[in-house]
Structure formats: C-alpha cells, structure tokens
Design a protein around this ligand. Structure first.
Ligand SMILES: Nc1ncnc2c1ncn2[C@@H]1O[C@H](COP(=O)(O)OP(=O)(O)O)[C@@H](O)[C@H]1O
Ligand SMILES: [Mg+2]
Length: 296
C-alpha cells in the first residue's frame, strides 16, 4: 500500500512509530505536512498538491493533526475522503472530538455518563452556574484545550471571575465542570483501534496537581479495564464513528465518566507504558479497510 501520515514533523514519536510500523509491513510510507498542502477543487475532481508537486496516489492516510491546525487538517482529510482514500479518522469525527462541548453533547445524548458541564457566555450568571455544579471548586476549561493547558481549578468566585475575564477578553470559549475530587488526580486512557480497546494505562498526576496529563509530569502504568469501563469505551467510539481514538475516563463516586476523546492520540506514552505495538495495529486496520474497499 501507499500510506500517507499527515504530520508536521518526522521527528515526533507517533509519526516515527507509524512510519516504522508501515515499513515493517512492506508498505511505502510518506510523511505529509498537511499545513503545506493545497487542495484543488474543480468540476473535474479533486487533487492535492504538496508545495508545487502533485501528491502520489495514496491508498490510506493516518491523520496526526495538532490542535492548533484542526481546521486545515480537517479540510485535507475531507479532500482525501472525496478522492476515495481510506482514513481511520473522518474530518467530521476529528472536528467533533476537538470541540469538548460538542463531543460531550453528543455522548450525553446517547446516555453516556460525562462530568456535569455548563457552557458559559460572557454575560451569564456565574454564581448560579457554580450552584448547578455543586459549589466550588469548579473546573474551568477552554473548549480547545490540550495537554492540560487551559484546564484550571477555580476555588472561589474571585478566582473564577479572574479566569473568565481573561478568557473572554481573548474571545475563547469556556466550559465549567464539576470537580471530580475522588479521582484524586488519576484518570484512565484507553487506546482504541478498530473499535476495540488494545491498550490501557492509568495516569496519576504529580502531588499537588489535579491534571493527569503526561505532558504535565504525570506518571503512568498499564492497567486492565473493568467490564463496565470496556463497554463504556466501545459505546463512545461507536457513537463518535471513530476507528482510532484515545478515550479518557475519570473514575468517580457515580461510576466511570467519559472526559474526552482524542482523535490523534499520542502513541509514546501508551506504547512505552504498556509495551503494545499500537502503531502496528493501526497499520493492520488500514490494510483491512483498503482490502474491504477494493472488494466493493
Ligand atoms: N471535571 C474534572 N474533575 C477532575 N479532574 C479533571 C476534570 N476535568 C479534567 N480533569 C483533569 O485534568 C486533565 C486535563 O483535562 P482534559 O479535559 O483532558 O483536557 P486536555 O484536553 O487539555 O487534556 C484530565 O486528564 C484530568 O486529570
Ligand atoms: Mg486530556
């Protein structure tokens, strides 16, 4: 197969891991910086130029789209989809996953448990909202946060107002969430390939920190999901119509809650923590999808 990894750098762990996994299985692999792609649309069909050259014909792409370029990345995936190129992540799924509110709305609509969440606007009554969330502290999140940047804990009206004033000044969109204290800075990352959980780790935030992102120095170890959690994760990816994802679960007194879905999950933490060859599984998923498409 001819596989394109949509990534801005060949130096990133996930890009390298996917590249090597593709080569190991005998495929030709190209790393394509989606921010350098020009999409040509006319009545004769669709084409993609990489800088000044027409891209080779690809069988499949693997999107590794950074949070700062979601719109451009989604447009490129969409163009590939229109050209009949297989992708484990659709443009639509990427965009839903990247918008925390839209993602939670969709999951909650399907009866999937999520932390109680309120979208606030610049003129809302914040006191009322805090009451709705069971009082302070509350979690304040930017809709497009990543690596825990833009996720804060507000312990008082004063702290909350200071954060909201800052975010609204910068025209950011913000959600407030009940703080799940009993999680004690831990969460579970389940890596899904082809609709099934293939690797799973528990992440524990550093002392004094509630965010369990590995980028914030959290530690991680391999775990096995309980049947209830496994079923929950599979319902999430089915609802999101996404084949490859990192699903984050927060343990709570009410049972497991789905916190977010990562459409381009990092592979370094999960592969090194669990020893599972996630990249190899993604390549095999592409082989299966391309074969199924060619049989149509
Ligand atoms: N409602 C919450 N209650 C307790 N901890 C939370 C809550 N929301 C987020 N966290 C912690 O903060 C981390 C980052 O939040 P998350 O929504 O995943 O944002 P990001 O996309 O930046 O990773 C989570 O991994 C979790 O440890
Ligand atoms: Mg997260």
């Amino acid at each position: 197969m001819n596989i394109g990894i949509l990534s801005r750098s060949t130096q990133l762990y996930s890009t390298r891991s996917l590249y090597q996994a593709g080569r190991r299985r005998g495929h030709t692999v190209h790393v394509i910086d989606h921010t350098r792609c020009s999409l040509v649309i006319d009545e004769n069909g669709h084409q993609i130029f990489y800088e000044s050259a027409l891209l080779p014909v690809l069988d499949a792409v693997i999107p590794r789209i950074g949070a700062s370029v979601t719109g451009q990345g989604a447009a490129v995936i969409n163009q590939f989809e229109l050209m009949g190129v297989v992708s484990p992540t659709s443009a639509a799924a990427l965009q839903i996953a990247r918008d925390k509110l839209r993602c939670l709305q969709l999951l909650a609509q399907q009866g999937i448990p999520v932390p109680r969440t309120v979208m606030v606007g610049p003129y809302g009554n914040t006191e009322k909202v805090v009451d709705l969330l069971g009082g302070f502290p509350v979690v304040v999140k930017l809709l497009e946060s990543t690596h825990g940047i833009g996720v804060e804990l507000a312990g008082s009206s004063w702290e909350l107002q200071r954060l909201l004033d800052y975010y609204f000044q910068h025209h950011d969109r913000v959600i407030l969430q009940e703080f799940i204290e009993e999680a004690r800075g831990a969460d579970i990352r389940a890596l899904v390939v082809d609709g099934k959980v293939v690797a799973c780790m528990r992440r524990q935030a550093q002392p004094g920190e509630f965010r369990s992102n590995l980028h914030r120095g959290a530690s991680s170890f391999s775990v096995k999901l309980k049947a209830e959690e496994l079923e929950l994760v599979e319902r999430v990816v089915h609802t999101m119509k996404i084949d490859v994802a990192g699903v984050d679960i927060l343990p709570s007194g009410k049972g497991p809650l789905v916190m977010e879905v990562n459409a381009s999950p990092g592979l370094e933490g999960i592969e090194t923590t669990t020893g599972v060859d996630v990249a190899g599984k993604i390549i095999r998923l592409l082989e299966k999808k391309v074969k199924a498409k060619n049989q149509l």
